[in-house]
Design a protein around this ligand. Structure first.
Ligand code: AKG
Ligand code: FE2
Length: 347
């Protein structure tokens, strides 16, 4: 089904995502939406500080709205699997109910859907994780993140079975001074017989093709660059990147070219969509202000470990038919039941 947000992620953006492993969508969120998320994260940060928590030391800057301690631990674990339960809890975290949920399950999931394989009954699109990533002021030495791929946080079998997309959303303008992202795009495959770049495979909407393609490109990464070298290469577009052409394993008929790292410099409301397999890191915050980001992650399927356990959240994003029916039934029953107060008066 087409959504009102599809124009934000057009064919060109999709192509870039599958070629480079990421795509930046400028001003994807409105000022109002940024305001809603800022108010929520500020409230959580203020609460944690009032509880004598240290955002960097105790949380590593990562604040999960439901489990950070702001609301009591949920009695039931249903929220991990149900959009309705999850939304209910999210409405207890935010000061203004029904402001964050429509962003998360409305706009964010509609955008991410364009970058994941087509959802099926076996592999519904799910919310896999939701976090704010906060870097406190003047925290250069403690708030950087090492090079990583987000799928690395899943167990080995899950990494190979479930594509994920991280929607890294700037809630402040970010640049080299306050802890921005540094991304190493996927290496680009070249046809050695023609010397030209290879196109993308067809049917990237299929789960298997998507996984295979992203994992293959990621397998062509060379050793991680020293961070300063990566920043220098990102800055200097005239500098040629050394060690570019290598044979791509396992298909020796392909060669690949390493791409220049990208130092993200964006304004609040812009979203960086990252494939679970793209290599990135982030710098420390050397500014005198907080650096706030919001990052829901979506998966194609309910991400399970080899023995069937859940890795994190597995909240289906589509409205669940069963839940909808139940809700309707409850409403009908409530309508049919005589009002207790009226009954009392009539006696
Ligand atoms: O916000 C950041 O600085 C980087 C966060 C990140 O890459 C992650 O949490 O996976
Ligand atoms: Fe990451």
């Amino acid at each position: 089904m087409n959504s009102q947000y599809d124009s934000l992620i057009n064919e060109e953006a999709r192509t870039q995502f599958h070629r480079d492993g990421f795509v930046i969508v400028k001003n994807a969120l409105s000022c109002e939406e940024v305001g809603v998320l800022r108010r929520e994260v500020d409230n959580l940060v203020n609460f944690l500080i009032s509880e004598n928590m240290d955002i960097m030391r105790d949380f590593g800057g990562v604040i999960e709205p439901i489990s950070c301690g702001y609301i009591d631990p949920p009695v039931s674990q249903m929220y991990i699997l149900s959009k309705r339960s999850y939304s209910g809890l999210r409405n207890m975290v935010t000061e203004d109910p029904d402001t964050v949920v429509p962003i998360l399950f409305g706009k964010m999931s509609a955008l991410a859907k364009n970058l994941l394989p087509t959802a099926t009954t076996d592999n519904p699109m799910c919310l896999f994780n939701e976090q704010y990533i906060v870097k406190t002021p003047n925290s250069v030495s403690s708030s950087s993140f090492e090079w990583h791929q987000d799928s690395q946080y899943m167990d080995a079998s899950a990494q190979k079975a479930f594509p994920i997309v991280s929607c890294w959303t700037a809630l402040d303008d970010v640049n080299i001074t306050n802890g921005t992202l540094l991304i190493e795009p996927f290496p680009r495959l070249i046809d050695p017989s023609t010397g030209s770049y290879l196109g993308l495979p067809n049917s990237l909407n299929s789960h298997a093709t998507h996984l295979q393609h992203h994992m293959h490109l990621a397998s062509c990464y060379e050793k991680e660059l020293d961070r300063n070298t990566a920043i220098a290469q990102a800055h200097n577009s005239n500098e040629t990147i050394p060690a570019s052409l290598r044979s791509a394993p396992p298909n020796q008929n392909q060669v690949y070219e390493r791409q220049r790292p990208i130092l993200v410099d964006i304004t609040a409301g812009t979203i960086v969509f990252l494939s679970g397999y793209v290599r990135h890191c982030s710098l420390g915050n050397g500014s005198s202000k907080f650096r706030r980001a919001y990052m829901p992650q979506f998966s194609a399927g309910k991400v399970q470990t080899g023995d069937g356990g859940l890795v994190s959240l597995a909240v289906p994003c589509a409205d669940d038919q069963h839940e909808r029916e139940l809700e309707q039934q409850q409403q009908e029953e409530a309508y049919q039941q005589p009002d207790e107060f009226e009954e009392y008066q009539m006696q």
